[in-house]
Write a protein that binds this ligand. Structure first.
Ligand code: PMP
Length: 396
């Protein structure tokens, strides 16, 4: 029987991170001892105080459809959080709670992008951004950076990428996959460019906000006064609160964008899970000190993995200031043979590591950085040490 799928789904790339995880799973089933450093998921359990809030919500019979844009108490809590952590004054009618930050971002792209609009993706960028733009029939346009500039773009690069078709710029700091963080001054320099182009909007993905190191303070793009009216700030609980499966994300932004996101969500998924939302009230209002133990542990592993990777010939290693990934440049190996396997690009290299070292990483091609691979250190110290030992052996 023919399988007449829509052009839309046929044009959609599969997620490279999920593809790598699937391949790793396959090898595991074959009996290989695979260490998975490809997924962006904390290896902690959700903190007890959040679990208790969820149990209370079940006992209190929170089981009906919730308001599409989220419970009023949760939206109030999110406003409090935005003010406390980001200096952003949002009112509840500017907030929409969604099924993960992923849905928040997808909503924004759907409500802003017309077919043929250009969306600037500041590379490296999270894999799903380009797919979401393609789904909305927009054009994903990469602005590339590399390890020499700590994976940040310059104002000149932004200026040069802007055309009359540019509608949206997608920013992400702390960044997945590089862990880089834009400073206030760096964001202000990008904002100065956008001030000259008043019809361009900005999505600022701040989901790794609380996971930062070395005293670097995260900065919200919307906190620049001239950018507030045209920036949507996206955040969520998955990463910092070890709540990936709970599926809570949210946005704050101009009321007309929030309303449009509520409209699309009302037709596609409705309000997100009611129990998770009740627990989210507790999580969002909790002082950041309550989750610091996880950040401290990530920091410990970060230092260790950097040390170990710096010791491997051919790896140029960045020092991430946030999130839980390192993004080394491995272009040294391009054109060389490792144990008889020709490495032409980062995808070959990641596949070689999977097959030879039995370590799953992700090719930088997926993030618009073809010289790199992403290694997640959201894994136990033992796994990290063993994985890097194997990688070193496989490339020596
Ligand atoms: N943005 C970035 C940069 C991410 O890395 C992720 C998760 N990998 C998301 C958004 C989506 O988060 P959520 O699980 O809340 O949908």
């Amino acid at each position: 029987m023919s399988q007449p799928l829509s052009e839309r789904i046929k044009s959609l790339p599969a997620s490279a991170t999920l593809a790598m995880a699937a391949k790793a799973r396959e090898l595991k089933i074959e009996g290989k001892d695979i260490i998975g450093l490809s997924l962006g998921e904390p290896d902690f359990n959700t903190p007890e105080f959040i679990k208790e809030a969820a149990i209370e919500a079940i006992q209190a019979n929170y089981n009906s459809y919730s308001p599409v844009d989220g419970y009023a108490e949760l939206k109030d809590a999110i406003c409090t959080k935005f003010k406390r952590d980001n200096g952003l004054a949002y009112t509840p009618n500017q907030i929409v709670v969604s099924t993960g930050a992923k849905q928040s971002i997808a909503n924004v792209v759907q409500v802003l992008i017309n077919p043929g609009d250009d969306v600037l993706l500041v590379a490296p960028y999270w894999v799903s951004y380009s797919a979401m733009v393609i789904l909305a029939e927009g054009n994903p346009i990469e602005i590339r950076s590399d390890i020499k500039t700590d994976f940040k773009i310059t104002p000149e690069q932004l200026e040069n990428a802007i055309t009359p078709k540019t509608k949206l710029v997608m920013l992400n700091s702390p960044n997945n996959p590089s862990g880089s963080m834009y400073t206030k001054a760096e964001y202000e320099a990008l904002a100065a460019v956008l001030e000259k182009h008043p019809s361009i909007f900005v999505l600022s993905d701040e989901i790794y906000e609380h996971i930062n190191y070395d005293g670097v303070t995260p900065f919200s793009f919307a906190a620049i006064p001239s950018m507030y009216e045209r920036t949507v700030t996206v955040n969520g609980l998955a990463k910092a609160f070890a709540m990936t499966g709970w599926r809570i994300g949210y946005l704050g932004g101009p009321e007309w964008i929030a309303k449009a996101c509520t409209k699309i969500q009302g037709q596609v998924t409705s309000g997100t899970n009611c129990i998770a939302q009740r627990a989210a009230i507790t999580a969002v209002l909790a002082p950041v000190s309550k989750i610091q133990y996880m950040v401290d542990e990530f920091d410990f592993r970060r230092k260790r993995i950097i040390d170990l990777l710096q010791d491997i010939e051919g790896f140029t290693v960045n020092v991430p200031k946030g999130a839980f990934y390192v993004f080394p440049d491995i272009s040294f190996f391009f054109g060389k043979k490792l144990n008889g396997t020709l490495i032409e690009n980062a995808s070959d290299f990641a596949m070689y590591l999977l097959e030879e070292a039995n370590v799953a990483t992700v090719t930088g091609d997926a993030f618009g950085c073809p010289n790199n691979i992403r290694i997640s250190y959201a894994a136990s110290l033992e796994e990290i040490e063993e994985a890097i030992r194997r990688i070193k052996e496989a490339v020596s």
